[in-house]
Design a protein around this ligand. Structure first.
Ligand SMILES: N[C@@H](CCC(=O)N[C@@H](CS)C(=O)NCC(=O)O)C(=O)O
Length: 321
């Protein structure tokens, strides 16, 4: 991680744990918002108005949080408005790196080799982990925001007419339902799989494991009435946030993170839902099982030999890797 702007030690997945040995995720530190007219958003400063070509998104295809934002950019038709860099899937001793792994890119904006250099360009004294996603402002030369939940929401409405799709991922009449379900799914499932995988004691793993499968059971029951998406007929932000975890589950979390009571393919409702979301126009293009498997299984702390499993067979989803 970075301490006062300097890269300090070899990358490791867990920097902080609670009293039970549970993984504690760092809170995001850049929290400004792009808005159509540049007024301040719910947090942070004003001055980040929507303009074509002004913003750049840094992501990793392995990462569920970054993939939320990649999906938002795609579904809102913002690909020609916001440029993109993709890090290599294998995390290095200095964290995320740009390079020529297939499907990855160079940093076309800041010319960085490692993502942590982008953080120190924004704040030469930054202390913390250099995480993806990062939304960068080329005009002010700084990070607008590095919290995927914020970025997904600002992609939905912060770019106003620059968005060529009128799909609304956060419709006003569903806002409170969306917030309530997001708040259940995030700790138990989206972050629950990480809490299981990064637990440093049995008790923390056991708790996380129960949360993960209780939440999957709850979602399976929710889908039992045949609704296409979590909130009914409309595809929303909650679907984006659930999808990014489900699509990684059988390929990475079931094995590496020891979330192995069941696979998503064992749940009829959830696996039908996963296929449906994958077929939603634009979504499939945002998925790389190759990056997901090589990325997760490159974490030396969890997989010292870094051997990447050949399975599972995802041909049912039309995916290989
Ligand atoms: N709160 C952040 C979390 C992002 C995050 O943890 N990203 C991971 C990749 S999945 C990362 O970049 N980790 C690098 C590190 O922790 O050093 C968000 O949702 O945007």
């Amino acid at each position: 991680m970075l301490v006062d702007g300097k890269w300090t030690a070899e990358w490791k997945p867990v920097e902080k744990t609670d009293e039970k040995g549970g993984f504690v995720r760092q809170t995001s530190s850049f929290r400004n918002w792009v808005t159509p007219d540049g007024v301040a958003g719910p947090t942070g400063e004003a001055g980040f108005g929507a303009e074509p070509g002004r913003y750049h998104l840094y992501i990793a295809l392995i990462c569920p949080w970054a993939s939320r934002t990649l999906i938002g950019r795609k579904l809102k038709g913002l690909e020609s408005v916001i440029s993109l860099s993709i890090v290599e899937p294998m995390i290095t001793e200095e964290g995320w790196r740009f390079g020529d792994y297939p499907g990855s890119t160079e940093d076309s904006v800041n010319g960085a080799t490692y993502l942590h250099q982008v953080y120190t360009k924004a704040d030469p004294h930054f202390t913390g982990r250099a995480t993806v996603p990062v939304l960068w402002d080329k005009k002010r030369g700084t990070i607008v925001n590095n919290e995927s939940a914020d970025i997904l929401r600002m992609l939905n409405s912060g770019f106003g007419d620059l968005a060529t799709s009128d799909l609304d991922l956060y419709p006003a009449d569903l806002a409170s339902e969306i917030d309530a379900l997001n708040d259940r799914i995030y700790p138990r499932l989206n972050n629950g799989v990480y809490r299981a995988g990064f637990a440093t004691r049995q008790v923390a793993y056991d708790e996380a494991f129960d949360d993960v499968f209780d939440m999957l059971d709850e979602l399976e029951a929710r889908l039992a009435d045949g609704r296409p998406f979590l909130h009914g007929d409309r595809f929303t932000e909650t679907d984006v946030r659930l999808f990014v975890t489900l699509i990684r589950f059988d390929a990475a979390y079931h094995g590496l993170f020891k979330c192995n009571l069941r696979r998503i393919s064992d749940y009829p409702g959830l696996s039908g839902y996963l296929k449906r979301v994958l077929e939603f126009p634009g979504i499939r293009d945002t998925v790389s099982i190759d990056h997901i498997k090589h990325g997760y299984y490159s974490m030396k702390a969890l997989n010292p030999q870094r051997i990447v499993p050949r399975g599972p067979d995802l041909s049912d989803l039309g995916l290989s890797g």
